[in-house]
Design a protein around this ligand. Structure first.
Ligand code: CTP
Length: 399
């Protein structure tokens, strides 16, 4: 098992062209004062309001003026890999719309698409721009991708209009950065094992028993753990999605394969998150294809599969944190708490089969002491964020 590493706290501050750009200087000063090393990336728009020299004078990191991304071939990748946290303050409508749609046409937007780190955006713009369908759609998309959006305030705007669009108070932005930074400090460098998707139990050469798990929850959990700097090992059953944010991916098929993969990785894992919908039954695979005319003679004999999480829970080492999921149609919370105890877990997430394949769903996070966090109509990424907040809390308690 690994300890959170004590790397320097390196933040990337992206500044875009809003009249609120001058406030980023104040934020920069506060971050440097609080021990962060801050690299600054400016867009062309930002430079209409401030010069790169204003930032160079205040920061202890590097300043990248607009266009400087083209001076070395991999500046965007180096910055993406080297930043634990990226804060775009202020974030204009133009930049928000670009990043929500994967456009990477300057250094900042290129770093954002290349980075797996935690990202925070602080919108600031005119009220009608803020309320526009485009910006609202972009913010929704960004939240579902794991971005933290610090809502702007209502008030008198620089242009004279009244309404939402004024940059959030710096204290709020700073507090959010500190909270994320603490979470990163507690999780980074840990080996996090995320197990995801359905399993497949073959009946014959062409048919199998499975379930409707989409793997979306596991995908969100892996991306979230990665954003906090964990070393993520992802074990997945057969899913449509084949692209995952993880350091190592093991593709498995049956419950037995999944069990073997978990047992191979669990020993030195710090955190296990078991989001897979494992088949509870398997069958002895028939050679060839069962023919229609043979159906009378054919019986499907179900055998129970091993309970992977229960087995892992029985071997759990001191300091390991185990998270399970509980899929129930009735008595959701009681059954989930019983499973938490039976499988020796620290946290269990209760949800219902309606959550299958849906990105917006309800879930309840239940702790060992029975206290719970209810999440209503939230994205799977939001559930993943809350799960790792709990993991960070437990790490902090055990220090
Ligand atoms: N699980 C597992 N191995 C199994 C079955 C389930 O590791 N063979 C894990 C799931 O990944 C989940 C937790 O155990 O994290 C609870 O799974 P769930 O399907 O809700 O419940 P079961 O334990 O299978 O019990 P039941 O089907 O009776 O509700």
């Amino acid at each position: 098992m690994r300890k959170s590493s004590n790397l320097e706290k390196r933040i990337l501050l992206g500044v875009t062209g809003s009249v609120a750009a001058f406030r980023s200087l104040e934020l920069l000063r506060k971050l440097v004062k609080n021990g962060f090393v801050v690299d600054v990336v400016l867009t062309e728009g930002a430079e209409l309001f401030l010069t790169p020299l204003s930032f160079t004078s205040l920061t202890n990191g590097n300043v990248y003026p607009s266009g400087s991304g083209y001076l070395t071939p991999f500046a965007h990748l180096d910055l993406a890999k080297g930043s634990q946290l990226i804060v775009v303050c202020p974030a204009t409508a133009n930049t928000l719309n670009k990043i929500a749609n994967g456009i990477a046409d300057n250094l900042l937007t290129s770093v954002l698409i290349a980075s797996t780190a935690r990202k925070i955006v602080c919108p600031a713009m005119n009220v009608n721009m803020y309320r526009s369908q485009q910006v609202q759609d972009s913010l929704k998309k960004l939240r579902n991708m794991g971005y933290i959006v610090i809502e702007p305030q209502k008030g008198q705007l620089a242009c004279g209009d009244e309404g939402e669009g004024k940059l959030a108070p710096l204290e709020e932005i700073f507090a959010t950065i500190m909270e994320s930074s603490e979470e990163i400090e507690l999780i980074q460098g840990l080996k996090v094992l995320v197990v995801s998707g359905p399993t497949r139990e073959w009946i014959d050469e062409v048919r199998f028993i499975s379930n409707a798990s989409s793997g979306l929850m596991g995908t969100a959990l892996a991306a979230e753990a990665k954003s906090l700097g964990a070393e993520v090992v992802f074990i997945t059953g057969p899913c449509e999605n084949r692209f995952y944010l993880a350091d190592k991916i093991l593709y498995v098929e049956s419950a037995k394969d999944m069990y073997d993969a978990v047992m191979q990785e669990i020993d030195d894992a710090d955190v296990l998150v078991m989001a897979a919908a494992v088949a509870d039954f398997t069958v002895r695979k028939h050679k060839g294809k069962v023919k229609k005319e043979d159906i009378e003679k054919f019986t499907l004999e179900l055998e129970p599969t091993v309970d992977i999480l229960r087995e892992a829970g029985s071997r759990k080492k001191n300091g390991q944190i185990f998270v399970g999921f509980s899929l129930e149609t009735d008595n959701l919370l009681d059954n989930a708490l019983t499973k938490l105890k039976k499988k020796n877990l620290d946290i269990i997430v209760a949800n219902s089969p309606e959550s299958f394949s849906k990105d917006i769903t309800n879930a309840t996070i239940i702790r060992k002491d029975g206290t719970q966090v209810d999440l209503e109509k939230v994205s799977k990424r939001k559930i993943a964020m809350e799960v790792f907040k709990e993991v960070a809390r437990l790490r902090k308690l055990s220090r």
